[in-house]
Design a protein around this ligand. Structure first.
Ligand code: 5GP
Length: 236
């Protein structure tokens, strides 16, 4: 499966665990029409109130490996000792309905999708700083202490890949973040449709533009510093 020439329009969202991504994604799906969510397959156990077929399809390692062998994944990756994968079924489903497709996947999966679907638009969600991320992970109360430590270390590694994304969304205050995410998705859609961007649309475009990788540099600096990471070229 080398490339998807007639794939639906794909949005990729990646974020370190605890950055508030699920809430943002849920809000986005409620407010944007014709946008499907790709429910991933995973070998990790359900957390809290998670249900099979809702947040994920929970499968065994052998079931997952069989799916890999059968070519059922657009991408797949191992994250924190578990497999995660995007089923091509969701891509086909969205294509049939003429809908866009939203993928919530890690940085390894994002790189695979970007290669197969080059016009996919990618969004990286960042917490306001490391301390806030740590607090959010603890407050969630779903993971053991060693898991939290591992997730913080993973967050630092993942954040190093922010420069590969089209947009950076700093999730500080939820209402504003929802507005920004919605602006990114809508403005990309309008640009594709060649829509006249005046009035409210122009305002929305401005919000999205502020999140473009090239425009977030100054706001990124303190966040990266809290993870002891340098600013990369591409973000000015
Ligand atoms: P969690 O276990 O916290 O739900 O997810 C862990 C990580 O796996 C997150 O970064 C999430 O975005 C990522 N993830 C979820 N589904 C997929 C998938 O289908 N493919 C890949 N590559 N990553 C995924």
């Amino acid at each position: 499966m080398s490339s998807f020439t007639h794939s639906p329009f794909v949005y990729i969202i990646s974020a370190p665990s605890g950055s508030g991504k699920s809430t943002l994604v849920n809000e986005l799906l409620k407010s944007v029409r014709d946008l499907d969510f790709s429910i991933s397959y995973t070998t990790r156990s359900p957390r809290g109130s998670e249900q099979n077929g809702k947040q994920y399809f929970f499968v065994s390692r052998s079931e997952f490996e069989k799916m890999v062998g059968d070519g059922e994944f657009l991408e797949h990756a191992e994250f924190d000792g578990n497999y995660y994968g995007t089923s091509v079924r969701f891509l086909r489903g969205a294509q049939r309905k003429g809908h866009d497709l939203l993928l919530d996947i890690d940085v390894q999966g994002a790189a695979q999708v970007q290669q197969k679907i080059p016009d996919a638009k990618s969004i990286f969600i960042l917490p306001p700083d490391r301390k806030t991320l740590e607090e959010r992970l603890r407050k969630r109360g779903e993971d053991r202490e060693d898991v939290i430590e591992r997730r913080l270390a993973a967050a630092t590694r993942e954040i190093q890949n922010y420069g590969r994304y089209n947009y950076i969304l700093i999730n500080d205050r939820l209402p504003e973040s929802i507005k920004m995410l919605r602006a990114i998705v809508c403005s990309e859609r309008w640009l594709r449709e060649g829509r006249q961007l005046n009035g409210e649309c122009a305002e929305t475009m401005k919000i999205a533009d502020r999140c473009r990788l090239a425009n977030v540099g100054v706001r990124l600096k303190p966040i990266l510093a809290s993870f002891e990471l340098p600013v990369q070229s591409g973000a000015s």
